[in-house]
Design a protein around this ligand. Structure first.
Ligand code: HEC
Length: 151
């Protein structure tokens, strides 16, 4: 009889061990996580690209002019840390600058100054000159000049 009761308890333990078995297959699911992660990365990249590709309002009809397109990319890469993505709006630090003249852009971006007689929108001096953009002033002027702030 004693043997029999040992045997029973042994078999109960055995069942418990087996019951734990299927639960351990859980970690295999991590295999499915990799594609999910890279998909999220793709979506994030697509979203980031969308911001650059669609420009400020998407209504400037500028998609066809390569100089405007270039200016949009230069603006997105160099100016939107402070100015708004939509140049018609005030940014974190910098004011709205849609419609800025080439003369103003050259003075402000390359030299940190203003054209003679120009009344600045802000009397702060927070903007650092970005002289490496010397070759991009035309593109910036084309882009900011094409921005349609009516909407
Ligand atoms: C470090 C932040 C910062 C960056 C980067 C920056 N700006 Fe500015 N910008 C400002 C601030 C702040 C002002 C307001 C005047 C000041 O404090 O210098 C300003 C003013 C201006 C003005 C004068 C607006 C007016 O009519 O008075 C223009 C034009 C301008 N920025 C163009 C640009 C362009 C184009 C770029 C990118 C090539 C750029 N800024 C990058 C912060 C920035």
């Amino acid at each position: 009889m004693k043997r029999g009761s040992f045997a029973r308890s042994d078999s109960r333990r055995g069942r418990r061990a087996q019951a734990g078995g299927p639960l351990r297959s859980g970690p295999r699911r991590t295999k499915g996580r990799a594609p999910t992660g890279s998909l999220a990365g793709l979506l994030a990249a697509a979203a980031a690209w969308g911001v650059v590709a669609c420009g400020p309002s998407g209504q400037d009809g500028a998609g066809t002019d390569p100089l405007v397109k270039r200016g949009r990319a230069v603006y997105a890469a160099n100016c939107t840390a402070c100015h708004a993505h939509d140049p018609c709006r005030d940014g974190n630090l910098g004011p709205a600058i849609a419609g800025s003249s080439r003369e103003l852009l050259e003075a402000r971006v390359l030299h940190g100054t203003y054209p003679p007689g120009y009344a600045p929108k802000r009397d702060t001096k927070a903007m650092i000159p970005l002289p490496h953009l010397e070759g991009e002033i035309d593109a910036l002027a084309a882009y900011l000049g094409a921005a349609d702030c009516s909407g």
